[in-house]
Design a protein around this ligand. Structure first.
Ligand code: C2O
Ligand code: CU
Length: 458
């Protein structure tokens, strides 16, 4: 395991994330490349990236603009791009086998859609994603508020990841690893932010930063803390909170989730973003403080709301999703490609999980029944029961949902919800967006091993 940031602080140069690029009409090329990810003295890591870096090119638009991007596939495998968290037309959603054909090596697919929502989103490969996202095929997608953006000194995007590398700093090719598939997923041994172990952002005391945290991790759930900052959470999964929440404790960031924070620098020397899973506190990003202090600003306003699609809980169509299987879990048998199979047989196919007794694998969605079929404009509520020994990060494409809380009120809008073992939760959403929408675990090995279904909005 490669050691902590402190160990290399002396050698590493400050890395600032590259600035925005032209926001209209462009090409993202998915291709092999190399990058110094491990500390100096180790080899460069061979990656697959969008436009030559991990994370891929930072895409930045203004709310109301259109995204027009041709994705050129120069990889040795088919690929596709999913624009995670965006409420876009179904044909642009990037799911091979459900919304488009995968883009063959040498081919190109043009994505073109409007951006009605402001917020912090990301894009990533949605083909062989256990492998392709791990190898680096992801990047941030920021949509700036058309108006009412907060007053800031710095707007910083941090894409967090953990990757699994070997002694030569190369990504291990054990993407079908049965242990990962049947346990917690592919957990890495190198923790990075914006593709580096050592990102630094110089700041001054009193400054206000917007930190846009995005998890591109395959399976790890980050537990994060702030030091030297005072912060509030202003948005989750891109969607503004009506009432911003002061950060008083750790922040949980599951795979694919985003948290937008407004933080004020309160320390004189250094502010930090930390994780609390290793060594009691590992620095994911450092903010060295220098120069004259600035006067602190007053409490910020909430971000302006995005277009709303009200949820009608009383009339919502009910459904349930029972999650079963995995190591130390049970799964009596499941429907797989139209046949009922026992658990041992499924394990031989490298399938370990089921939703309501059925297994879909990537590319099989066209053949299976949806979890729910609903008319556009209706609401849906789904009870989620995790009868497995592992947490799962359930992601709905194309629409945001709210959690139905114990008092029947609705929580904040999200696109990915973390469900712990033995938990029973409920979500609800307005089915405002027609099409075939994937609903799957974003622990990518779990998805590949059966944890996927879909919702048909007709
Ligand atoms: Cu972020 Cu189905 O994906
Ligand atoms: Cu899972």
């Amino acid at each position: 395991m490669i050691s902590r940031r402190r160990f290399l602080a002396a050698s590493a140069a400050a890395v600032l994330y590259r600035p925005a690029w032209a926001s209209t009409g462009t090409v993202l090329t998915a291709a092999p490349s190399r990058q110094q990810v491990a500390p100096e003295g180790y080899a460069e890591t061979a990656l697959w990236t969008f436009n030559g870096s991990m994370p891929g090119q930072s895409l930045r638009y203004r709310q109301g603009e259109r995204l027009r991007i041709g994705v050129q596939n120069d990889l040795p495998q088919p690929t596709s791009v999913h624009w995670h968290g965006l409420r876009l037309p179904n044909a642009m959603d990037g799911v091979p086998g459900l919304t488009q054909e995968a883009i063959a090596p040498g081919d190109r697919f043009d994505y073109d859609f409007a951006l009605p929502d402001a917020g912090t989103y990301w894009y990533h490969s949605h083909a062989q994603s256990v492998e392709q996202v791990e190898r680096g095929l992801y990047g941030p997608l920021i949509v700036e508020e058309a108006e009412g953006a907060p007053d800031l000194d710095h707007d910083i995007t941090l894409v967090l990841d953990d990757i699994r590398i070997d002694q030569d700093a190369q990504i291990t090719a054990d993407f079908d690893n049965r242990h990962d598939r049947s346990h917690a997923g592919r957990i890495g041994n190198l923790w990075i932010a914006n593709g580096t172990m050592d990102p630094e952002f110089p700041v001054r005391q009193g400054q206000r930063l917007r930190l846009r945290l995005i998890s591109a991790a395959n399976a790890r759930v980050f537990s994060l803390g702030l030091q030297g900052f005072e912060g509030i959470v202003v948005a989750l999964d891109g969607m503004p909170l009506a009432t911003p929440q002061a950060v008083t404790d750790r922040l949980t960031l599951a795979p694919a989730q985003r948290i937008d924070l407004l933080v004020d620098v309160i320390d004189e020397t250094e502010a930090l973003l930390l994780t609390f899973e290793r060594d009691g506190g590992y620095v994911m990003a450092a903010f060295p403080v220098s120069g004259a202090a600035q006067a602190r600003r007053g409490a910020p306003n909430p971000l302006p709301p995005n277009p709303e699609f009200p949820i009608d809980l009383a009339a919502a169509r009910p459904a349930t999703l029972l999650m079963e299987g995995g190591a130390m879990g049970g799964m009596g048998g499941a429907m797989f490609r139209g046949e009922r199979r026992g658990m041992r047989e499924l394990a031989m196919e490298n399938v370990f999980w089921a939703f309501n007794g059925a297994v879909h694998q990537m590319g099989d969605y066209g053949h299976g029944d949806p979890l729910v079929e609903v008319a556009q404009g209706e609401s849906v509520r789904i009870g989620l029961a995790n009868d497995t020994a592992f947490p799962h990060a359930m992601h709905l494409h194309g629409m945001h949902f709210a959690e139905v809380l114990a008092d029947a009120s609705l929580g904040p809008l999200r696109d990915t919800i973390l469900i712990q073992p033995n938990e029973v939760r409920e979500i609800a959403f307005a089915a405002h967006n027609p099409g075939k929408w994937l609903f799957h675990c974003h622990m990518l090995s779990h998805h590949a091993a059966g944890m996927g279904t879909w919702i048909n909005v007709v």
